[in-house]
Design a protein around this ligand. Structure first.
Ligand SMILES: Cc1cc2nc3c(=O)[nH]c(=O)nc-3n(C[C@H](O)[C@H](O)[C@H](O)COP(=O)(O)OP(=O)(O)OC[C@H]3O[C@@H](n4cnc5c(N)ncnc54)[C@H](O)[C@@H]3O)c2cc1C
Length: 367
């Protein structure tokens, strides 16, 4: 059996890895480079039970456990480390706590840590680009193939029901099954198959070189700015970089993933807020100013499973803010579904693509 995976983000990489563990022939087709989009620019924060009480709970718990296992099974260092997580706020001007020292010594005066919300048992982090690349490399070492090219359509048999492969820049590659894992660009696949809409939500981020002495403390802070309250997330990583993100916005998704750029105003605001958080966040310490689009569905849950009315077609996208966390269990479950006919470790029914109305393809052609 040969499976083509469209998209070399974290979801495509994990699906390739677990399919190879089943002995399935795998070709990954990536338009730009592995982890070119959100999977290379995310925070990489992982939480075991922050999806409790939602349909994502079992997927998140399984994935959290798999992240710990994979760090011992796959070659490479992607900075997997358990961490503590805190919530808090930045005291505003006039607040008596404005000049009070912070309980966490690496943060500036006036940063108030209110509560511990994760422990080293329940929260962790990876460097997402290094994780995605290591998992892809493990799949390649086990015989998967990576091709750089743009998937432009699906090839079907004469009666149009059974998938025969994909077209890449005009050339056909044959396969028995195809997985759409193109993140927010999975929207384009709604031209080729019956698929619900997937949207892209943009977030800017700044990465600072802060050194490896910064403790493994994830921060979720409220910041009262001139134009209202902003939630800001700070993730120190094992390689000495710290990822800071806030200020999501709605922006048109460029057709080319390489053309994603941050809004300069949002980056300037994020930089000003970051400088207020710690003396470590100095302009000369900036490694990257970037943006990426999270894939989001209409009901906020991912699409994982068979594409309705198309034999041999599967989709895995829409992981929103938890794509790095939930990639391993998604890849494992999808590989089981494709190779064995059913997922064993996680119930995929809450993520069945058939639960949502398909997108009208004429809406896409109009653009
Ligand atoms: C600022 C930010 C912070 C985040 N922080 C976290 C976090 O801390 N923890 C967490 O769990 N999640 C986090 N996320 C979410 C996470 O990054 C995403 O859910 C996840 O990366 C989505 O992975 P993906 O593989 O579905 O998509 P992507 O990473 O978007 O990958 C899709 C790939 O498909 C390729 N592609 C597109 N079109 C084609 C085509 N026609 N042919 C071939 N290839 C194509 C693209 O080049 C791209 O490489 C964050 C996201 C953002 C934006």
């Amino acid at each position: 059996m040969r499976v083509i995976i469209c998209g070399g983000g974290v979801i495509g990489a994990c699906t390739a890895y677990f399919l190879r563990r089943h002995g399935v022939d795998v070709v990954v087709v990536e338009r730009t480079e592995v982890a070119a989009a959100a999977s290379g620019k995310a925070g990489g924060f992982l939480a075991r039970d922050w999806c409790a009480g939602t349909p994502l709970d079992a997927l998140a718990r399984r994935s959290f456990a798999l992240h710990a296992q994979l760090s011992g099974q796959i070659a490479g260092d992607w900075g997997y480390r358990p961490m503590t997580a805190y919530s808090g706020f930045v005291a505003s001007d006039g607040d008596p706590r404005r000049d009070a020292p912070c309980a966490l010594g690496w943060l500036a005066n006036g940063v108030v840590v209110a509560q511990r919300i994760g422990t080293t048992e329940t929260t962790a982090i990876v460097h997402p680009r290094k994780f995605t690349s290591a998992v892809m490399n493990a799949a390649l070492a086990q015989g998967a193939e990576l091709r750089v090219g743009r998937v432009t359509s699906i090839v079907r048999d004469a009666d149009g029901t059974t998938t025969k492969g994909v077209e890449i820049d005009g050339n056909v590659i044959e396969a028995d099954a195809v997985v759409i894992a193109m993140g927010p660009w999975s929207l384009l696949a709604a031209q080729w198959m019956t698929l619900p809409a997937v949207y892209g939500q943009r977030s800017p981020s700044i990465v600072y070189e802060t050194g490896t002495n910064v403790p493994a403390d994830a921060l979720f802070l409220e910041y009262e700015g001139d134009d209202g309250a902003v939630s800001i997330e700070v993730f120190p990583r094992a390689d000495g970089s710290t990822h800071i993100t806030a200020l999501s916005d709605i922006a048109p998704l460029p057709i080319d993933p390489a053309a994603v750029t941050p809004d300069t105003g949002a980056i300037a605001r994020l930089q000003a807020m970051s400088e207020r958080l710690s003396p470590l966040f100095r302009p000369e310490k900036i490694i990257a100013q970037q943006a990426c689009f999270r894939p989001v569905t209409q009901d906020g849950l991912p699409l994982i499973g068979r594409v309705p009315r198309s034999d041999g077609l599967y989709v895995a996208t829409g992981h929103n803010v938890w794509g790095i966390l939930n990639a391993p269990a998604t890849g494992e479950a999808l590989a089981q579904l494709i190779a064995e006919g059913a997922a064993r470790d996680v119930d995929l029914s809450p993520f069945d693509p058939a639960r949502l109305e398909p997108l009208d393809p004429s809406l896409l052609q109009a653009h």
